[in-house]
Design a protein around this ligand. Structure first.
Ligand SMILES: Cc1cc2nc3c(=O)[nH]c(=O)nc-3n(C[C@H](O)[C@H](O)[C@H](O)COP(=O)(O)OP(=O)(O)OC[C@H]3O[C@@H](n4cnc5c(N)ncnc54)[C@H](O)[C@@H]3O)c2cc1C
Length: 401
């Protein structure tokens, strides 16, 4: 291990992936997680090749092949008659083009796979970070359990409601006007959706629905998004009603209504957004994942970008002994900012375009979708190699320095 010590706040996908990448790079770390035990919400997550590639490199190829599904295509359909608007092939073509599959999996399986890479003694539970105090040559972390930790660097991987982020900007999360209902359905209840493993989306006025198989094909995960101007509950997640959700999708294609109706329960989530941060680091504090750039889930890239952040920052920190911590953090910010900013913006735009009412704008959107169904159109997103990009930049800095 190098001399540097990193305190990671949050053991979500970003925090665990970052810890695994630091471990690979030989950098010392500890994770502080507020929850008394590690768990993930009962829902699915899509992992595109840009993140799957990094997880394979971290040693998770076998684990992912066991628990995930590699869908054959992503298909967008019309809300009422189910007409296909766009079909992007995945499967073998995806692996051939990008060197890694597209996966759909249960979030808990991803979480467990990441955790399996780490020594548990480095993951401290019931350790909520309540204050971060940067000092000249170190940073202090105060935890809710009364403990104080001193490290060389604190990295906030503490999600959209991040405490660490408060060091970088005073903004607050704001409700996006969209609510998502998430559910899991046993595969045998929805055979009509499983003639081939694929990600399916239905676009319609004021709402859309996405579903895909998870848990090695045993379950189907769905997310049904509804434009709802107000969120009245105090908490940002709550139990939803299958009956009310089904009736709010009345008139939609029967593939959607049968899917929702097959759920025993749904959870209801207020989707929040935040401004882009002007910077991703300051002094001895940096942020990754949703703490850095929360994204509305409509490009399915939030976790993917968290994993990209994790491997890039770890790569730069491994060079900090040579180039200094400040240079390493600046390099991370310069590399990650334009890319995450673009995806954050596109995710926001999708919230509008997915939900267009039938009419000219919707027809234009659908024509555009039909014209861009090639996997090659996703090169910039799926073909991006975060680890290579960071290594190239670090090597360049070393050569110039
Ligand atoms: C409905 C929905 C669907 C999505 N689908 C996809 C998808 O298909 N593909 C994709 O790539 N992304 C998707 N995303 C986005 C993705 O879920 C997030 O981007 C990702 O989970 C962010 O991970 P994170 O580790 O940064 O944050 P989180 O997952 O929020 O983890 C933060 C962790 O920090 C802990 N924590 C918080 N505060 C503190 C504190 N003060 N002290 C200590 N610990 C703390 C929390 O308990 C938690 O464990 C989706 C999001 C939503 C809402």
């Amino acid at each position: 291990m190098s001399q540097m010590s990193v305190a990671i706040v949050g053991a979500g996908i970003a925090g665990l992936a970052f810890a695994a990448a630091l471990q690979r790079a030989g950098v010392d770390f500890h994770i502080y997680e507020q929850a008394p035990r590690l768990s993930e919400v009962g829902a699915g997550v899509q992992l595109a090749p840009n993140a799957a590639r990094e997880l394979h490199r971290l040693g998770l190829a076998e684990a992912l092949a066991t628990v995930a599904v590699a869908p054959q295509a992503i298909e967008i359909r019309r809300w009422d008659d189910g007409t296909s608007l766009q079909r992007t092939p995945l499967g073998a073509e995806c692996v051939a083009r990008f060197g890694a599959p597209y996966y759909t999996l249960h979030r808990a399986d991803l979480h467990s796979a990441l955790l399996s890479l780490l020594p548990l003694k480095r993951v401290h539970l019931a350790a909520r970070c309540v204050a971060v105090t940067p000092r000249a040559d170190s940073v202090r972390l105060d935890l809710s359990n009364g403990t104080t930790v001193v490290a060389d660097l604190v990295v906030g991987a503490d999600g959209i409601h991040s405490v660490v982020r408060e060091h970088l900007a005073p903004d607050r999360p704001r409700y996006s006007g969209q609510t998502i209902y998430r559910g899991l359905v046993p595969a045998e209840r929805v055979p009509h959706l499983l003639t081939e493993p694929r990600v399916q989306l239905w676009f319609g006025p004021g709402r859309h629905c996405v579903c895909y198989p998870v848990s090695a094909g045993r379950l189907v995960s769905f997310g049904a998004t509804v434009a709802e101007p107000d969120w009245r509950e105090e908490s940002w997640s709550a139990q939803g009603s299958v009956r009310e959700l089904t009736s709010s999708y009345m008139g939609w294609h029967e593939d959607v209504t049968r899917l929702i109706g097959a759920a025993e329960a749904v959870s209801r989530w207020a989707l929040h957004d935040r401004e882009s941060l002007p910077r991703l680091q300051s002094g001895r504090v940096a942020v990754i994942g949703d703490a850095a750039h929360p994204m509305l889930p409509f490009r399915a890239q939030g976790a993917n970008q968290a994993i990209e952040d994790a491997v890039s920052l770890a790569r730069f920190l491994a060079e900090a002994g040579r180039c200094g911590l400040r240079e390493a953090l600046l390099a991370y910010e310069h590399l990650r900012f334009p890319r995450t900013n673009r995806i954050q913006r596109e995710s926001r735009d999708s919230a509008r375009t997915f939900h267009l009412a039938d009419g000219d704008a919707q027809r234009q959107r659908d024509d555009g979708a039909r014209a861009s169904s090639s996997l090659g159109d996703q090169q910039w997103l799926f073909g991006y190699d975060a680890d290579q990009a960071a290594t190239n930049r670090a090597t360049l800095a070393r050569d110039i320095g």
